[in-house]
Design a protein around this ligand. Structure first.
Ligand code: PLP
Length: 447
Protein backbone atom coordinates (compact mmCIF):
# COMPACT_ATOMS: atom_id res chain seq x y z
CA UNK A 1 0.00 0.00 0.00
CA UNK A 2 2.70 2.47 1.05
CA UNK A 3 4.62 2.17 -2.15
CA UNK A 4 7.75 4.18 -2.89
CA UNK A 5 6.16 5.41 -6.12
CA UNK A 6 3.36 7.07 -4.08
CA UNK A 7 5.39 8.24 -1.10
CA UNK A 8 8.36 9.69 -2.96
CA UNK A 9 7.74 9.87 -6.71
CA UNK A 10 10.90 11.93 -7.21
CA UNK A 11 13.24 9.31 -5.77
CA UNK A 12 11.19 6.52 -7.35
CA UNK A 13 11.61 8.21 -10.72
CA UNK A 14 15.37 8.43 -10.35
CA UNK A 15 15.64 4.76 -9.36
CA UNK A 16 13.55 3.83 -12.41
CA UNK A 17 15.85 5.88 -14.66
CA UNK A 18 18.92 4.13 -13.26
CA UNK A 19 17.20 0.77 -13.75
CA UNK A 20 16.54 1.62 -17.38
CA UNK A 21 20.15 2.75 -17.83
CA UNK A 22 21.34 -0.59 -16.47
CA UNK A 23 18.94 -2.53 -18.71
CA UNK A 24 19.56 -0.58 -21.92
CA UNK A 25 23.32 -0.25 -21.75
CA UNK A 26 26.21 -2.67 -22.04
CA UNK A 27 27.73 -2.86 -18.56
CA UNK A 28 31.44 -3.54 -18.89
CA UNK A 29 32.85 -2.16 -15.64
CA UNK A 30 34.90 -5.08 -14.37
CA UNK A 31 33.81 -4.64 -10.74
CA UNK A 32 30.07 -4.53 -11.41
CA UNK A 33 27.45 -7.22 -11.77
CA UNK A 34 23.72 -7.89 -11.47
CA UNK A 35 22.53 -9.54 -8.27
CA UNK A 36 19.56 -11.86 -8.22
CA UNK A 37 16.06 -10.83 -7.19
CA UNK A 38 16.46 -12.96 -4.07
CA UNK A 39 19.50 -10.92 -3.00
CA UNK A 40 17.62 -7.65 -3.64
CA UNK A 41 14.68 -8.97 -1.64
CA UNK A 42 16.85 -9.63 1.41
CA UNK A 43 18.46 -6.19 1.08
CA UNK A 44 15.03 -4.57 1.22
CA UNK A 45 13.78 -6.71 4.10
CA UNK A 46 12.90 -6.05 7.77
CA UNK A 47 16.44 -7.07 8.75
CA UNK A 48 17.49 -3.49 8.16
CA UNK A 49 15.56 -2.50 11.31
CA UNK A 50 17.64 -4.52 13.75
CA UNK A 51 20.63 -3.54 15.90
CA UNK A 52 22.96 -6.39 16.84
CA UNK A 53 26.38 -5.09 17.88
CA UNK A 54 28.60 -8.01 18.76
CA UNK A 55 28.74 -11.53 17.36
CA UNK A 56 26.35 -14.52 17.46
CA UNK A 57 25.72 -15.44 21.11
CA UNK A 58 27.45 -12.32 22.44
CA UNK A 59 25.36 -9.30 21.44
CA UNK A 60 24.90 -5.95 23.09
CA UNK A 61 21.17 -5.88 22.22
CA UNK A 62 18.23 -8.17 22.86
CA UNK A 63 16.04 -9.77 20.21
CA UNK A 64 18.84 -11.30 18.16
CA UNK A 65 17.67 -14.91 18.08
CA UNK A 66 17.10 -14.97 14.32
CA UNK A 67 19.87 -12.51 13.51
CA UNK A 68 22.32 -14.94 15.16
CA UNK A 69 21.02 -17.78 13.00
CA UNK A 70 21.34 -15.65 9.87
CA UNK A 71 24.94 -14.67 10.64
CA UNK A 72 25.96 -18.25 11.47
CA UNK A 73 24.33 -19.55 8.26
CA UNK A 74 26.14 -16.93 6.18
CA UNK A 75 29.47 -17.81 7.84
CA UNK A 76 28.87 -21.50 7.11
CA UNK A 77 28.03 -20.81 3.47
CA UNK A 78 31.08 -18.56 3.07
CA UNK A 79 33.40 -21.38 4.16
CA UNK A 80 31.52 -23.90 1.99
CA UNK A 81 31.65 -21.66 -1.08
CA UNK A 82 35.45 -21.69 -0.97
CA UNK A 83 35.73 -25.31 0.15
CA UNK A 84 37.32 -24.39 3.48
CA UNK A 85 37.58 -26.62 6.51
CA UNK A 86 35.99 -24.81 9.51
CA UNK A 87 38.73 -26.16 11.78
CA UNK A 88 41.35 -24.36 9.66
CA UNK A 89 39.55 -21.21 8.51
CA UNK A 90 37.11 -18.76 10.03
CA UNK A 91 35.28 -15.83 8.47
CA UNK A 92 33.93 -12.45 9.51
CA UNK A 93 30.83 -11.47 7.53
CA UNK A 94 30.16 -8.06 9.12
CA UNK A 95 32.46 -5.76 7.17
CA UNK A 96 30.56 -3.07 5.30
CA UNK A 97 32.66 -3.03 2.14
CA UNK A 98 36.03 -3.91 0.62
CA UNK A 99 38.14 -0.90 1.59
CA UNK A 100 37.01 -0.93 5.24
CA UNK A 101 37.56 -4.72 5.35
CA UNK A 102 41.17 -4.22 4.28
CA UNK A 103 41.64 -1.39 6.76
CA UNK A 104 40.24 -3.59 9.53
CA UNK A 105 42.78 -6.29 8.69
CA UNK A 106 45.64 -3.78 8.82
CA UNK A 107 44.51 -2.33 12.15
CA UNK A 108 44.17 -5.88 13.48
CA UNK A 109 47.60 -7.06 12.45
CA UNK A 110 49.78 -3.94 12.40
CA UNK A 111 50.75 -1.41 15.05
CA UNK A 112 50.21 2.24 14.01
CA UNK A 113 52.92 3.02 11.41
CA UNK A 114 53.49 -0.69 10.80
CA UNK A 115 54.76 -1.55 7.32
CA UNK A 116 52.83 -2.89 4.37
CA UNK A 117 53.47 -3.49 0.68
CA UNK A 118 50.78 -3.64 -2.00
CA UNK A 119 50.60 -3.40 -5.78
CA UNK A 120 50.83 0.25 -6.84
CA UNK A 121 47.50 1.77 -7.90
CA UNK A 122 48.72 2.86 -11.35
CA UNK A 123 49.98 -0.71 -11.88
CA UNK A 124 46.63 -2.33 -11.07
CA UNK A 125 46.44 -2.32 -7.25
CA UNK A 126 43.64 -0.82 -5.17
CA UNK A 127 43.68 2.43 -3.18
CA UNK A 128 43.24 0.48 0.04
CA UNK A 129 46.53 -1.37 -0.60
CA UNK A 130 48.36 1.79 0.44
CA UNK A 131 48.31 4.29 -2.40
CA UNK A 132 50.32 7.50 -1.97
CA UNK A 133 51.83 9.93 -4.45
CA UNK A 134 55.28 11.44 -3.76
CA UNK A 135 53.53 14.49 -2.29
CA UNK A 136 50.31 13.14 -0.80
CA UNK A 137 49.14 10.15 1.23
CA UNK A 138 45.95 9.45 -0.72
CA UNK A 139 44.63 6.38 1.07
CA UNK A 140 44.15 6.17 4.85
CA UNK A 141 46.24 3.00 4.62
CA UNK A 142 49.21 5.16 3.65
CA UNK A 143 48.33 7.86 6.20
CA UNK A 144 48.20 5.53 9.20
CA UNK A 145 50.74 2.89 8.11
CA UNK A 146 54.08 3.01 6.31
CA UNK A 147 53.49 1.71 2.80
CA UNK A 148 55.73 0.89 -0.12
CA UNK A 149 54.32 -0.20 -3.48
CA UNK A 150 55.52 -3.02 -5.67
CA UNK A 151 55.19 -2.70 -9.43
CA UNK A 152 54.62 -4.53 -12.68
CA UNK A 153 57.37 -4.74 -15.27
CA UNK A 154 56.30 -2.02 -17.77
CA UNK A 155 57.61 -4.13 -20.66
CA UNK A 156 55.56 -7.25 -19.91
CA UNK A 157 52.77 -5.80 -17.79
CA UNK A 158 53.38 -8.65 -15.32
CA UNK A 159 54.08 -8.34 -11.59
CA UNK A 160 57.82 -8.09 -11.03
CA UNK A 161 58.14 -10.72 -8.28
CA UNK A 162 61.94 -10.56 -8.36
CA UNK A 163 62.07 -6.86 -7.52
CA UNK A 164 59.30 -7.34 -4.92
CA UNK A 165 61.46 -10.00 -3.27
CA UNK A 166 64.50 -7.71 -3.19
CA UNK A 167 62.61 -4.60 -2.03
CA UNK A 168 60.72 -6.48 0.66
CA UNK A 169 64.03 -7.61 2.17
CA UNK A 170 65.04 -3.96 2.52
CA UNK A 171 61.65 -2.52 3.59
CA UNK A 172 60.70 -5.57 5.72
CA UNK A 173 56.91 -5.10 5.72
CA UNK A 174 54.81 -7.03 8.21
CA UNK A 175 52.06 -7.46 5.59
CA UNK A 176 52.25 -8.04 1.85
CA UNK A 177 48.94 -7.67 0.03
CA UNK A 178 48.39 -9.85 -3.03
CA UNK A 179 45.42 -8.30 -4.75
CA UNK A 180 44.37 -6.40 -7.82
CA UNK A 181 41.79 -4.05 -9.25
CA UNK A 182 43.15 -3.98 -12.74
CA UNK A 183 45.52 -6.84 -13.56
CA UNK A 184 44.34 -9.42 -16.03
CA UNK A 185 46.69 -12.29 -15.17
CA UNK A 186 46.54 -14.99 -12.53
CA UNK A 187 48.31 -14.00 -9.33
CA UNK A 188 51.14 -16.36 -8.40
CA UNK A 189 50.30 -16.82 -4.73
CA UNK A 190 53.07 -19.40 -4.29
CA UNK A 191 55.62 -16.70 -5.15
CA UNK A 192 54.01 -14.25 -2.74
CA UNK A 193 54.12 -16.95 -0.04
CA UNK A 194 57.79 -17.62 -0.43
CA UNK A 195 58.58 -13.87 -0.48
CA UNK A 196 56.59 -13.48 2.76
CA UNK A 197 58.30 -16.49 4.34
CA UNK A 198 61.72 -15.03 3.60
CA UNK A 199 60.97 -12.00 5.77
CA UNK A 200 58.37 -13.41 8.18
CA UNK A 201 55.54 -11.30 6.67
CA UNK A 202 51.83 -12.05 6.72
CA UNK A 203 50.30 -12.73 3.31
CA UNK A 204 46.94 -10.99 2.90
CA UNK A 205 45.20 -11.88 -0.37
CA UNK A 206 42.54 -9.40 -1.51
CA UNK A 207 40.60 -11.48 -4.03
CA UNK A 208 37.81 -8.88 -4.40
CA UNK A 209 37.78 -8.92 -8.18
CA UNK A 210 38.17 -12.63 -8.72
CA UNK A 211 36.37 -14.22 -5.76
CA UNK A 212 33.55 -15.58 -7.94
CA UNK A 213 36.17 -17.14 -10.19
CA UNK A 214 38.05 -18.56 -7.19
CA UNK A 215 34.83 -20.13 -5.87
CA UNK A 216 34.27 -21.76 -9.26
CA UNK A 217 37.89 -22.92 -9.37
CA UNK A 218 38.70 -21.24 -12.68
CA UNK A 219 41.59 -19.05 -11.48
CA UNK A 220 44.42 -19.55 -8.96
CA UNK A 221 43.25 -20.08 -5.39
CA UNK A 222 44.75 -17.83 -2.68
CA UNK A 223 43.57 -19.97 0.25
CA UNK A 224 46.34 -22.49 -0.26
CA UNK A 225 48.97 -19.85 0.54
CA UNK A 226 47.50 -16.82 2.31
CA UNK A 227 47.11 -16.18 6.04
CA UNK A 228 44.16 -13.83 5.57
CA UNK A 229 41.88 -13.45 2.53
CA UNK A 230 39.56 -10.49 1.99
CA UNK A 231 36.94 -10.05 -0.70
CA UNK A 232 34.12 -7.78 -1.67
CA UNK A 233 30.91 -9.67 -2.31
CA UNK A 234 29.51 -7.57 -5.18
CA UNK A 235 31.92 -8.11 -8.05
CA UNK A 236 32.38 -11.47 -9.80
CA UNK A 237 30.79 -13.11 -6.71
CA UNK A 238 27.51 -11.40 -7.67
CA UNK A 239 26.21 -10.59 -4.18
CA UNK A 240 25.30 -7.40 -2.31
CA UNK A 241 27.77 -4.56 -1.63
CA UNK A 242 29.79 -5.81 1.34
CA UNK A 243 32.91 -7.78 2.19
CA UNK A 244 34.16 -10.98 3.81
CA UNK A 245 37.36 -11.49 5.78
CA UNK A 246 38.67 -15.05 6.00
CA UNK A 247 41.44 -15.87 8.48
CA UNK A 248 43.43 -18.93 9.40
CA UNK A 249 42.35 -20.31 12.74
CA UNK A 250 44.73 -21.03 15.58
CA UNK A 251 47.55 -19.10 17.12
CA UNK A 252 50.68 -18.86 15.00
CA UNK A 253 53.71 -19.87 17.04
CA UNK A 254 56.95 -17.97 17.01
CA UNK A 255 59.54 -19.76 14.90
CA UNK A 256 63.28 -19.88 15.28
CA UNK A 257 65.19 -17.23 13.29
CA UNK A 258 66.06 -18.29 9.74
CA UNK A 259 69.73 -19.06 9.20
CA UNK A 260 71.69 -15.87 8.61
CA UNK A 261 68.98 -13.60 10.07
CA UNK A 262 68.32 -12.52 13.59
CA UNK A 263 64.60 -11.85 13.17
CA UNK A 264 62.01 -14.29 14.34
CA UNK A 265 59.90 -15.51 11.46
CA UNK A 266 56.36 -15.23 12.68
CA UNK A 267 54.89 -13.33 15.59
CA UNK A 268 52.27 -14.63 17.92
CA UNK A 269 48.95 -13.99 16.18
CA UNK A 270 45.43 -15.04 16.93
CA UNK A 271 43.93 -13.83 13.64
CA UNK A 272 40.38 -14.66 14.61
CA UNK A 273 40.35 -12.60 17.80
CA UNK A 274 42.29 -9.69 16.35
CA UNK A 275 40.25 -9.43 13.16
CA UNK A 276 36.87 -9.82 14.85
CA UNK A 277 37.82 -7.17 17.41
CA UNK A 278 39.11 -4.86 14.70
CA UNK A 279 35.69 -4.96 12.99
CA UNK A 280 33.67 -4.69 16.20
CA UNK A 281 34.25 -2.79 18.44
CA UNK A 282 37.32 -1.42 16.61
CA UNK A 283 35.88 0.15 13.47
CA UNK A 284 32.15 -0.55 13.29
CA UNK A 285 29.02 -0.54 15.39
CA UNK A 286 25.96 -2.53 14.38
CA UNK A 287 26.31 -4.90 11.43
CA UNK A 288 24.00 -4.51 8.41
CA UNK A 289 21.90 -7.63 8.91
CA UNK A 290 19.96 -7.24 5.68
CA UNK A 291 23.28 -7.32 3.82
CA UNK A 292 24.57 -10.31 5.80
CA UNK A 293 21.45 -12.28 4.82
CA UNK A 294 21.90 -11.17 1.20
CA UNK A 295 25.53 -12.38 1.25
CA UNK A 296 24.27 -15.75 2.53
CA UNK A 297 21.79 -15.97 -0.36
CA UNK A 298 24.45 -15.03 -2.92
CA UNK A 299 26.74 -17.73 -1.46
CA UNK A 300 24.01 -20.33 -1.84
CA UNK A 301 23.80 -19.31 -5.50
CA UNK A 302 27.60 -19.58 -5.78
CA UNK A 303 27.34 -23.26 -4.83
CA UNK A 304 25.10 -23.99 -7.85
CA UNK A 305 26.18 -25.53 -11.16
CA UNK A 306 24.72 -22.48 -12.91
CA UNK A 307 27.27 -20.28 -11.11
CA UNK A 308 30.17 -22.50 -12.17
CA UNK A 309 29.02 -22.29 -15.78
CA UNK A 310 28.73 -18.51 -15.45
CA UNK A 311 32.27 -18.20 -14.02
CA UNK A 312 33.77 -20.23 -16.88
CA UNK A 313 31.84 -18.15 -19.37
CA UNK A 314 33.09 -14.91 -17.79
CA UNK A 315 36.65 -15.92 -18.67
CA UNK A 316 35.73 -17.27 -22.12
CA UNK A 317 33.98 -13.99 -22.85
CA UNK A 318 36.96 -11.91 -21.68
CA UNK A 319 39.28 -13.98 -23.89
CA UNK A 320 36.93 -13.61 -26.86
CA UNK A 321 36.76 -9.85 -26.34
CA UNK A 322 40.55 -9.56 -26.29
CA UNK A 323 40.96 -11.85 -29.31
CA UNK A 324 38.42 -9.98 -31.43
CA UNK A 325 39.92 -6.59 -30.60
CA UNK A 326 43.49 -7.84 -31.06
CA UNK A 327 42.56 -9.08 -34.53
CA UNK A 328 41.54 -5.50 -35.27
CA UNK A 329 44.96 -4.27 -34.11
CA UNK A 330 44.24 -3.21 -30.52
CA UNK A 331 46.89 -3.63 -27.86
CA UNK A 332 46.24 -5.07 -24.39
CA UNK A 333 48.50 -4.78 -21.36
CA UNK A 334 50.22 -8.14 -20.75
CA UNK A 335 48.95 -9.30 -24.14
CA UNK A 336 45.69 -10.84 -22.92
CA UNK A 337 43.77 -12.14 -19.96
CA UNK A 338 43.37 -15.13 -17.62
CA UNK A 339 40.42 -13.59 -15.83
CA UNK A 340 37.31 -11.45 -16.18
CA UNK A 341 39.04 -8.22 -17.23
CA UNK A 342 41.42 -6.81 -19.79
CA UNK A 343 43.25 -3.50 -19.97
CA UNK A 344 43.16 -1.84 -23.37
CA UNK A 345 46.21 0.36 -23.97
CA UNK A 346 45.17 3.42 -25.98
CA UNK A 347 48.63 4.93 -26.35
CA UNK A 348 49.18 3.49 -29.82
CA UNK A 349 45.99 5.28 -30.93
CA UNK A 350 46.95 8.63 -29.38
CA UNK A 351 43.75 8.54 -27.32
CA UNK A 352 43.41 8.78 -23.55
CA UNK A 353 41.22 6.77 -21.21
CA UNK A 354 38.98 9.68 -20.19
CA UNK A 355 37.94 10.56 -23.74
CA UNK A 356 37.45 6.94 -24.67
CA UNK A 357 35.33 6.28 -21.58
CA UNK A 358 33.10 9.22 -22.60
CA UNK A 359 32.97 8.08 -26.22
CA UNK A 360 31.81 4.61 -25.19
CA UNK A 361 29.34 6.05 -22.71
CA UNK A 362 27.80 8.05 -25.55
CA UNK A 363 26.80 4.74 -27.12
CA UNK A 364 25.72 3.20 -23.81
CA UNK A 365 28.79 1.05 -23.27
CA UNK A 366 29.93 1.64 -19.69
CA UNK A 367 33.64 1.17 -18.96
CA UNK A 368 36.18 2.99 -16.82
CA UNK A 369 39.39 4.80 -17.63
CA UNK A 370 42.45 3.19 -16.07
CA UNK A 371 46.17 3.76 -15.86
CA UNK A 372 48.47 1.58 -17.93
CA UNK A 373 51.86 0.56 -16.50
CA UNK A 374 54.32 3.38 -17.16
CA UNK A 375 51.67 6.14 -17.18
CA UNK A 376 53.12 9.35 -15.81
CA UNK A 377 49.92 10.49 -14.13
CA UNK A 378 46.97 8.69 -12.58
CA UNK A 379 44.91 11.76 -13.50
CA UNK A 380 45.37 11.20 -17.23
CA UNK A 381 45.21 7.43 -17.61
CA UNK A 382 45.92 5.97 -21.00
CA UNK A 383 43.84 2.83 -20.84
CA UNK A 384 40.33 1.54 -20.38
CA UNK A 385 39.42 -1.46 -18.27
CA UNK A 386 36.94 -3.86 -19.84
CA UNK A 387 35.17 -6.53 -17.82
CA UNK A 388 32.76 -9.33 -18.67
CA UNK A 389 30.99 -10.45 -15.43
CA UNK A 390 27.87 -8.27 -15.84
CA UNK A 391 27.35 -9.10 -19.52
CA UNK A 392 27.87 -12.78 -18.76
CA UNK A 393 25.20 -12.65 -16.05
CA UNK A 394 22.88 -11.23 -18.70
CA UNK A 395 23.52 -14.30 -20.84
CA UNK A 396 26.14 -13.03 -23.31
CA UNK A 397 28.20 -15.76 -24.99
CA UNK A 398 31.19 -15.57 -27.36
CA UNK A 399 29.09 -14.59 -30.39
CA UNK A 400 27.48 -11.71 -28.53
CA UNK A 401 30.89 -10.60 -27.31
CA UNK A 402 32.18 -10.46 -30.90
CA UNK A 403 29.37 -8.00 -31.65
CA UNK A 404 30.18 -5.98 -28.54
CA UNK A 405 33.84 -5.85 -29.65
CA UNK A 406 32.68 -4.55 -33.03
CA UNK A 407 30.68 -1.76 -31.36
CA UNK A 408 33.68 -0.84 -29.20
CA UNK A 409 35.88 -0.78 -32.31
CA UNK A 410 33.48 1.50 -34.19
CA UNK A 411 33.12 3.88 -31.25
CA UNK A 412 36.88 4.09 -30.75
CA UNK A 413 37.48 4.63 -34.47
CA UNK A 414 35.08 7.57 -34.46
CA UNK A 415 36.67 8.94 -31.30
CA UNK A 416 40.12 8.59 -32.90
CA UNK A 417 38.97 10.41 -36.04
CA UNK A 418 37.49 13.26 -34.01
CA UNK A 419 40.53 13.38 -31.75
CA UNK A 420 42.93 13.99 -34.67
CA UNK A 421 44.49 17.45 -34.18
CA UNK A 422 43.36 20.02 -36.74
CA UNK A 423 44.07 23.73 -37.19
CA UNK A 424 40.92 24.84 -35.51
CA UNK A 425 41.32 23.00 -32.14
CA UNK A 426 37.97 22.37 -30.47
CA UNK A 427 37.20 21.99 -26.79
CA UNK A 428 36.64 18.44 -25.56
CA UNK A 429 32.96 19.23 -24.97
CA UNK A 430 32.39 20.17 -28.59
CA UNK A 431 34.30 17.07 -29.58
CA UNK A 432 31.94 14.88 -27.59
CA UNK A 433 28.90 16.58 -29.15
CA UNK A 434 30.35 15.93 -32.59
CA UNK A 435 30.97 12.38 -31.59
CA UNK A 436 27.38 11.83 -30.46
CA UNK A 437 26.09 13.26 -33.73
CA UNK A 438 28.40 11.03 -35.68
CA UNK A 439 27.21 8.05 -33.72
CA UNK A 440 23.60 8.86 -34.55
CA UNK A 441 24.50 8.99 -38.22
CA UNK A 442 26.29 5.68 -38.04
CA UNK A 443 23.57 3.13 -38.61
CA UNK A 444 25.74 0.16 -37.63
CA UNK A 445 26.24 1.32 -34.08
CA UNK A 446 23.30 0.63 -31.82
CA UNK A 447 23.03 1.97 -28.30
N1 PLP B 1 39.86 -4.33 -2.98
C1 PLP B 1 39.89 -4.42 -4.32
C2 PLP B 1 40.89 -5.33 -4.95
C3 PLP B 1 39.00 -3.69 -5.09
O1 PLP B 1 39.06 -3.75 -6.43
C4 PLP B 1 38.06 -2.85 -4.45
C5 PLP B 1 37.07 -2.05 -5.21
O2 PLP B 1 37.03 -1.96 -6.38
C6 PLP B 1 38.09 -2.77 -3.06
C7 PLP B 1 38.98 -3.53 -2.35
C8 PLP B 1 37.18 -1.83 -2.33
O3 PLP B 1 35.90 -2.26 -2.26
P1 PLP B 1 34.72 -1.24 -1.85
O4 PLP B 1 34.52 -0.36 -3.02
O5 PLP B 1 33.60 -2.16 -1.55
O6 PLP B 1 35.19 -0.50 -0.63
Amino acid sequence: RELLRDIDPEMFGLIQKEKQRQIRGLEMIASENFTSRAVLEALGSCLTNKYSEGYPGVRYYGGNEYIDEIEILTQKRALQAFNLNPSEWGVNVQSLSGAPANFAVYTALLEPHGRLMGLDLPDGGHLSHGYATPTKKISSTSAFFETMPYKVDPKTGLIDYETLSKTSKLFRPKIIVAGISCYSRNLEYDKFRSICDDIGAILVADMAHVSGLVAANVVNNPFEYADVVTTTTHKSLRGPRAALIFFRRGIKKKQAPKKGTKDEQVENFDYEKKINEAIFPGLQGGPHNNTIAAIGIALKEVASDEFKTYAKQVINNARQLVKTLQEKGYVFVSGGTDTHLALLDLRPLGLDGAKTEKALEAVSITVNKNTCPGDKSALKPSGIRLGTPALTTRGFRENDIIEVANYIDQAIKLATAINKPHDNQKSSQTTLKDFKENMKRNEHVKS
